[in-house]
Design a protein around this ligand. Structure first.
Ligand code: SF4
Length: 348
């Protein structure tokens, strides 16, 4: 997998692009004006591995809240700006680490120039965040969606470049997976800037994670993408878990535990689903990259369990626990969860 190398930029303490690890982002779902609730959610996000957080900035009060929020958290903050460029100016004034600008609803060049001047002064990057849902209807109405998104982004990129500003990051998000993939593929060859990947409004966690994994997975496998956000209708930590699963599946990041579990079938003599869920609840709290296997019987069980840092191959009323390929003990079915958690904790 050969990665497209973009010009790196800094979002607060995090490098995005170049050869930096692909950064995991999410977005708070609190009212940004509720400073305490927003701080609490950012801290939850940090604990589950999020590296950059975006905040909705619907008005001046939200923009001004950034200073107080920033004093209490360490993750870099990005202000999500739509319609009113003055909110970007207020967010910059409040000390934000990055701006996301929607070119579909802020198109006035004078206003963009003012934002660029303020961002340049503070050396703050701007993400040109195209969203299919907010493309103006009069913008290239007869052009296919992927090309329309690219053209919208290029128009603003070229304008910012004409102002001698290149702290640029770009995203081209749509719900339509093939159009999103195509848009990123087209723009990847046209600009040198980091790309933020996402499938927008992807849905509830199950379908949304699959849709995002297909869209972003194809791009990441082609070396495209420097930072990702999985947009889910769920608590934002679910987005972070899904993002790491995508990156781990492609071998691009290693964070948190990986659970290998068999689907169960008529051969299983234990409740594999309940066991895997109980183990997974514990694994989700871990940041160390360990591999854990839960296998329902001895057909594939020992093979997979042996390959894991910790594994169990279940049998009738009992199971064999492996640690790095070696059998460490046999435990009774009622002790499966307890014994596995004890082994996992030893691993950490
Ligand atoms: S490991 Fe055993 S129980 Fe699990 S799916 Fe395979 S054959 Fe079925």
């Amino acid at each position: 997998m050969k990665r497209r190398i973009s010009i790196p930029l800094k979002i607060g303490k995090v490098t995005v692009g170049g050869e930096a690890p692909i950064a995991v982002q999410s977005m708070t779902k609190t009212d940004t004006r509720d400073i305490q609730a927003t701080i609490k959610q950012i801290k939850e996000l940090e604990e589950c591995g999020c590296e950059i957080v975006r905040l909705a900035i619907p008005d001046k009060e939200a923009a001004e809240s950034i200073s107080a929020i920033k004093r209490s958290v360490s993750l870099p903050l990005i202000a999500d700006i739509h319609f009113d460029y003055r909110l970007a100016l207020a967010a910059l004034q409040a000390g934000v680490d990055g701006i996301r600008l929607n070119p579909g609803n802020i198109r006035d060049r004078e206003q963009i120039a003012k934002m660029v001047a303020a961002a340049r002064e503070k050396e703050i990057p701007i993400r040109i965040g195209v969203n299919a849902g907010s493309l103006p209807p009069d913008f290239e109405p007869d052009t296919p969606l992927a090309e329309r998104m690219v053209d919208m982004a290029l128009q603003q990129i070229r304008f910012m470049e004409s102002l001698d500003f290149n702290l640029i990051k770009v995203s081209l998000k749509a719900f339509d997976v093939p159009a999103t993939i195509k848009a990123y593929q087209i723009i990847a060859d046209k600009i040198p800037y980091p790309l933020h990947l996402g499938i927008t409004e992807a849905g509830l966690p199950q379908a949304g994670a699959i849709r995002s994994a297909i869209g972003m997975g194809i791009l990441l496998y082609q070396g495209i993408g420097d930072t990702i956000r999985v947009s889910l209708t769920a608590h934002p930590c679910e987005e972070v878990f899904a993002a790491y699963e995508i990156l781990k599946s492609l071998g691009l990041r290693q964070r948190g535990a990986t659970l290998v579990s068999c689907p169960s079938c008529g051969r299983a003599e234990v409740d594999v689903v309940a066991l895997a869920e109980a183990v997974n609840d514990h694994l989700r709290k871990m940041s160390k990259p360990i591999k854990m296997a839960v296998m329902g019987c001895i057909v594939n069980g020992p093979g997979e369990a042996k390959d894991a840092d910790v594994g169990i191959a279940c049998g009738k009323g009992k199971g064999v626990i492996f640690r790095k390929g070696k059998v460490v003990k046999t435990v009774a079915e009622e002790k499966f969860v307890e014994a596995l958690i004890a082994e996992i904790n030893k691993e950490c």
